[in-house]
Ligand binder design. Structure first.
Ligand SMILES: Cc1cc2nc3c(=O)[nH]c(=O)nc-3n(C[C@H](O)[C@H](O)[C@H](O)COP(=O)(O)OP(=O)(O)OC[C@H]3O[C@@H](n4cnc5c(N)ncnc54)[C@H](O)[C@@H]3O)c2cc1C
Length: 564
């Protein structure tokens, strides 16, 4: 938190071209695209950047094969292409995970059907990874795996299995740092981005939106920020935001999707386990799957599914959501013997639903983003809603929203058309990942162990030099903070100095992963609070309040085992 008496953060004396509401991945790409088109842009986020749905996903950049079974061929290609753009924008943040897709006797689950599906996918996705000039960043081809190998690895316990294929999906090391990296890149190009600044209501005159009323949650200031166009990228909260202008709703309901993080259950493979929930896919045998995905030497397990009327601000799973996941794992992987005690961390996010009638217990997430010009739907000029459906396609939605804003302002003549297709986010300017890693390991061999150096590359990419400089200038910061983690004290100080930190939770859950991967223990929390307090000039009372905040957050998201 900044010192009191600091000048107001709210830019109330300027008229921007575009104001973006929401600093999740959709708002982040929208702000970057607008900025690179030369539009003056401001973004307001009511909490921390990327702290809502965007940090509660399965962390996959979908290659699009999931849309093949819904016969959505356009989406297959779009998803695959977007995966490539995102990978190129931040190669250090993306890796490929092998998913085991089993085959069974019969036609729709059989080997020939699966192989034909993979073939169709390869044809549909042809050329979409051409933008990835660095071969190390391309997804490996799918390959077969025998029934025996699946059994030997303990991957799936089903005697009916006849074999399977391995399909590679891209995984984001840190969605939190990817969202921040996009925002930092927008800032570097001139955007203003404020976290902990909540949009209260629209400024409307003669059916035209010309800005928003914003409250700064850090210093309590409030004021109007004016803009020619407002883009509502508030994710599941977009209707709530639009209600302040009595606009029609986009969503008919919501579904909660929970994940739990546990000890590693499988080696390096990801598997899909059938759950009690139904879905409409062609090859899923009517069951929605729960995925067990390797992530950060642990297993990320999700998602559960539960309908909900409105998205809440409290994004922690209920006991029953956690039980759904634990039970599904224990029935699909009995050797796991999972219990609530194994839950290291848990998250919940909301899928916006748009079906005319919500069918109870049937997964109806469409993966379909929406871009709405409210001049056409409500007769309200100057307002666009960009409702994201996938982390993977957020860049594309941001691009379309920026194009629409540019058109509405009447500035199309002077701009480049697709500026974010070639962009590298902060830290992502790495042409050849393997040789970059090799050079960094050599250069910093005297400073860090190989494992710490690799970890820091995956967090900061080309900005690793800034962490190295801090460690050289202040050697006392070059020390690990928690046992069996590579996070070092310099990262806390770097975050507090250079990464828009307002609260200790921002450092522990998003700039670093000290609390994202489980409870690091009270001594680590105290250590980090002291480092942050010294860097940000917090008073003793503030330091204690920040500690209380993170302890409360952890108590909610890391549940104790229910008493028998
Ligand atoms: C369980 C689950 C798993 C998923 N898994 C995947 C996956 O593996 N791969 C994938 O591609 N996609 C996945 N998705 C989808 C993906 O996570 C979302 O589409 C994406 O994160 C949405 O981003 P967003 O920016 O639109 O929304 P959000 O991240 O929710 O951002 C909206 C922001 O608006 C802010 N806001 C709201 N109201 C206001 C206000 N009044 N003033 C200022 N700010 C405001 C919120 O605080 C929030 O930060 C998953 C989704 C769920 C729910």
């Amino acid at each position: 938190m900044p010192e009191t008496g600091a000048p107001s953060r709210l830019p109330t004396n300027q008229v921007f071209d575009v104001l973006v509401i929401g600093g999740g991945i959709t708002g982040a790409w929208t702000a970057l695209d607008c900025t690179l088109r030369g539009l003056s842009t401001v973004l307001v986020e009511k909490a921390d950047f990327g702290s809502a749905t965007s940090m509660r996903s399965s962390r996959l950049l979908h290659g699009g094969i999931r849309y093949l079974q819904q016969l959505e061929f356009g989406k297959v290609r779009e998803s695959s292409r977007e995966r490539s753009f995102l990978t190129r924008s931040a190669p250090h943040l993306v890796k490929h995970i092998p998913f085991v897709v089993p085959t069974y006797p019969g036609i729709r689950q059989g080997r020939a059907f699966l192989y034909s599906g993979m073939l169709a996918y390869r044809i549909l996705a042809l050329g979409t990874s051409a933008v990835l000039r660095d071969p190390a960043t391309r997804a490996p081809s799918d390959r077969g795996i025998s029934r025996q190998a699946i059994k030997d690895q303990g991957l799936i316990h089903d005697e009916a299995i006849t074999g399977g294929r391995i399909l590679y999906e891209a995984q984001v090391h840190s969605s939190e740092r990817m969202t921040l990296g996009v925002i930092e890149r927008a800032r570097a190009s001139g955007a203003v981005a404020l976290n902990y600044a909540v949009m209260d209501h629209y400024r409307i005159t003669d059916n035209k939106v010309s800005g928003v009323w914003v409250r700064d949650l850090i210093d309590g200031e409030a004021g109007e920020i004016r803009s020619q166009i407002v883009i509502n990228a508030a994710g599941p909260w977009c209707d709530h935001v639009n209600q302040t202008a009595s606009l029609h709703r986009l969503n008919t309901g919501f579904a909660r999707g929970a994940h739990i993080l546990t000890r590693a259950l499988l080696n390096h493979y990801a598997v899909a386990l059938p759950s009690a929930f139904q879905s409409d896919g062609l090859a899923t045998r009517g069951h929605r799957h729960v995925f067990v995905i390797p992530w950060r030497n642990r297993s990320l397990i999700g998602t559960s599914y539960m309908e909900s009327d409105e998205p809440s601000d409290s994004l922690v799973p209920t006991d029953s959501e956690i039980s759904q996941l634990v039970d599904t794992v224990n029935s699909g992987l009995p050797q796991a013997k999972l219990s609530h005690n194994d839950v290291l961390q848990s998250f919940v996010g909301y899928y916006p639903l748009q079906s005319a009638s919500i069918r109870q217990g049937v997964y109806q997430g469409t993966g379909e983003y929406r871009l709405v010009d409210h001049a056409l739907t409500d007769g309200t000029e100057g307002l666009v809603t960009a409702l994201g459906a996938k982390f993977t396609t957020a860049r594309r939605l941001g691009e379309m929203a920026a194009q629409l804003a540019e058109k509405k302002i009447g500035r199309t003549a002077h701009s480049r058309r697709y500026p974010t297709r070639n962009v590298q986010i902060q830290g992502g300017d790495i042409a050849d990942l393997a040789s970059f890693q090799k050079r960094m390991l050599e250069k910093y061999s005297g400073l860090w162990s190989e494992s710490t150096c690799r970890y820091l590359i995956s967090c900061y990419g080309s900005r690793i030099h800034e962490i190295a400089k801090l460690c050289r200038d202040r050697p006392a910061l070059n020390r690990p903070l928690a046992k069996s983690q590579d996070t070092i004290a310099a990262q806390v100080v770097y975050a507090a100095t250079s990464e828009s930190v307002m609260h200790l939770t921002d450092i522990l859950l998003r700039r670093t992963d000290l609390c994202l991967l489980g409870h690091p223990g009270d001594p680590v929390l105290n250590d980090c609070a002291e480092l942050a307090a010294a860097t940000l000039g917090w008073s003793e009372n503030q330091r204690l309040a920040e500690l209380e905040l993170i302890r409360t957050e952890l108590a909610r998201s890391i549940p104790a085992a229910p008493t028998e």
